[in-house]
Design a binder for this molecule. Structure first.
Ligand code: AMP
Ligand code: TRP
Length: 354
């Protein structure tokens, strides 16, 4: 029996503008992984419903994330690009996972606690069950590798817990139906139906911070636009936001250890390293001892060089929504075939099909 075919899956929500955090933490990695893996990239519109967007915002947002995928260099012919709601099996598997995951597991999710705030009674059930749908997104393709930013780590651990509980609960039936694949659990190899997905979270940009506060994540939803670089910002906007970025009065250190207590400096050096495809060490080799007044213009130039072509291509693509819609429809068709195969097996495993 063979083990799971390597398959990369990831998703981005169509809410608000894409930021430099989304680009460096996720989309840039999606592009790189295309060379070595089969990849499925999804605009997770069902997840976006958990924050109740206006209908037209959801429609525009979905197209704009798809445009960003294409503009960044994702190839929708070799790989699959689509929006989640078109492939019904995601929602169907999520229901089955609602019956696998435990309340206690979801109660621990920090993203839910942050988003629900103090008024938990008033949070939607969808917001609470969000991680189960995310697990279904990945596992409906039996995805083995998931590139994401640091903030998604806990959700991916939950996806592994769901896969493992499903494999355990149904191990006999999985074996009887001949649907088992060897899965490593600690030192043991057991037969499972779902892989224990590996997160891909590495490099200098796993958590890009706000330009106004180095202790807060750069986010689409921050009320201050100066806190983030949007993928669609003009060159002038990018330069202005970097010029105004919060820093401290010290020169840059020569070693990364010197960044430890300096969140803003650490963030800007990390951004530079990620954009230049190098390490923080290499950046400090070049800029150690220099003031921010010298470093910031270099960072702004680099950011404009890397991001402007993507912004321009996104704008061009957004004038041809029929093309974007056809890419999404084609991707959904191909994804559906794969998802349906998994769902048919899952239904036999749990007893929904004889
Ligand atoms: P979202 O916009 O929440 O759907 O996030 C899409 C992807 O971008 C996920 O993989 C996130 O982990 C990643 N991401 C979002 N914000 C950041 C950030 N500030 N730094 C690094 N990665 C991020
Ligand atoms: N929860 C992810 C985020 O907010 C988006 C997402 C949904 C996702 N489904 C996924 C990411 C599956 C990776 C794999 O960023």
């Amino acid at each position: 029996m063979s083990s799971f075919e390597p398959l990369v899956f990831s998703g981005v929500q169509p809410t608000g503008n894409l930021t430099l955090g989304n680009y460096l933490g996720a989309i840039r990695k999606f592009v790189a992984l295309q060379e070595s893996h089969n990849c499925i990239y999804c605009v997770v519109d069902l997840h976006a419903l958990t924050v109740n967007p206006k209908p037209q915002e959801l429609i525009d947002g979905t197209r704009s994330i798809a445009a960003a995928f294409l503009a960044a260099g994702i190839d929708p012919v070799k790989h699959i690009v689509f929006n989640q709601s078109r492939v019904y099996q995601h929602a169907e598997l999520a229901w089955i996972f609602n019956c696998v995951a435990r309340m206690g597991w979801l109660n621990r999710m920090t993203q839910f606690k942050e988003k629900a705030g103090k008024d938990r009674e008033n949070a939607s059930v969808g917001l609470f069950a969000y991680p189960n749908l995310m697990a279904a997104d990945i596992l409906v393709y039996r995805g083995t590798h998931v590139p994401v930013g640091e903030d998604q780590k806990q959700h991916l651990e939950l996806a592994r817990d769901i896969a493992q509980k499903f494999n355990n609960d149904y191990s006999e039936r999985i074996g009887d139906l001949g649907l088992g694949v060897p899965v490593q659990v600690g030192d043991e190899t057991v037969n499972g139906f779902f892989p224990l997905t590996e997160p891909l979270i590495e490099g200098p940009a796993t958590r890009i911070m706000s330009l106004r506060d180095g202790t807060k994540k750069m986010s689409k939803s921050d009320p201050s636009d100066l806190s983030r670089i949007n993928l669609t910002d003009t060159a002038d906007d990018i330069a202005k936001k970097i010029r105004k970025a919060k820093t401290d009065p010290e020169a840059l250190p020569s070693e990364t250890a010197g960044l430890a207590e300096r969140p803003e400096a650490n963030n800007l050096v990390g951004i530079y390293a990620a954009l230049a495809d190098t390490t923080k060490e290499a950046v400090l080799n070049e800029f150690g001892g220099q003031q921010f007044s010298a470093f910031k213009p270099a960072l702004a130039d680099l950011a404009v060089t890397k991001l402007s072509p993507i912004a321009e291509e996104m704008r061009r693509l957004m004038t041809d929504t029929a093309h974007i819609d056809s890419v999404l429809a084609n991707g959904a068709e191909r994804a559906s075939v794969l998802a349906e195969k998994t769902l048919a097996d899952v239904k036999r495993i749990v007893g929904l099909l004889a």
